[in-house]
Design a protein around this ligand. Sequence first.
Ligand code: BGC
Ligand code: CA
Length: 346
Amino acid sequence: MKMKKILAAGVLCCMGVNLLCACGKQQMSASDKVHVGVACYNQNDTFISELITSFREQLNGYEREDLETRVLIRDAAGSQRTQNDQVEELINAGCNVLCVNLVDRTNTSEIIDLARENDIPIIFFNREPVAEDLRQWDKFYYVGAYTKQPGVMQGEMAADLIRENSQIDRNKDGKIQYVVLEGEPGHQDAIVRTESAVDTLKNNGIELEKLSYGIANWNRAQAQNRMEQMIGQYKNKIELVLANNDDMALGAIDAYKKLGYTEANFPVFFGIDGTDVGLKAVMDSELAGTVYNDKEGQAGAMAKLAVALVSGEGMEDIEFEDDKYIYMSYFKITSDNVSSYVNEEK
Ligand code: BGC
Ligand code: CA
């Protein structure tokens, strides 16, 4: 009998503790709810959409009994005005930290004011605000990748390939006739990638002749269009296509295919990003090489920082440059290492 009483008391006690726990769970404090609002410049952008998929997965990995994570995503479809409204909407919806992929890197004032008025930290990503804007508040951060590095790597890969394959210089004039497909003017990555790739080729002793360039705003269809025009003008004189990203390199290949060129008459193509389609094109030997833009690394840094900013824990484990910046490194990808890379990925 006595035993039964003790048992019963024990059971009741456990129930009480459980109830307490349950209540505790319902009364999670605001710092245990990481509600992230993601505002992106254009979700049709291949790299951005893959980065966001990875961000969702990695943020979800922080979910615990006492930590809730949620993500709300808005797509500005290329309009800064739309994005300003979406940022306000995300704040009103209860997001307590924002990840902003600006449409216009130089037009941040409205978003900056909204964040400060509502005391919501912002992690800018992929499209870097000007330094003065980022310095306006200690709760602004930037996560991205080094700007010069991928161009240097693209140039080194191209130089190696040209040295090893004399047939790339199709007209045997000792020079490589090339064209460039450029990303959006004004984007921190576009001009720097082109300049550092071309400088690196020259520094490696490759003689170059620039035939033309096309601005294709990171976009495959626009790149195809620009490339068709350049092919129309230069016929089979083009020996090398340097593209600021994989989508534009693939657009250039689309153009050659559409105009009925056979592979023997293709120039060599280089991209940057290592998106799923980009890696596949390296596997299929359509792209001579790409440079891996570490979206998993960037998404992981964003998730970790978002959790730290809201929960107040883990900030000391994050390494910043100039107190605010996190930059990821790139990796070269050619047919030599792509297969292990694709496998590692999946
Ligand atoms: C990527 C591009 C992407 C752009 C968007 C760049 O860093 O390489 O593929 O379109 O960011 O801002
Ligand atoms: Ca030549």
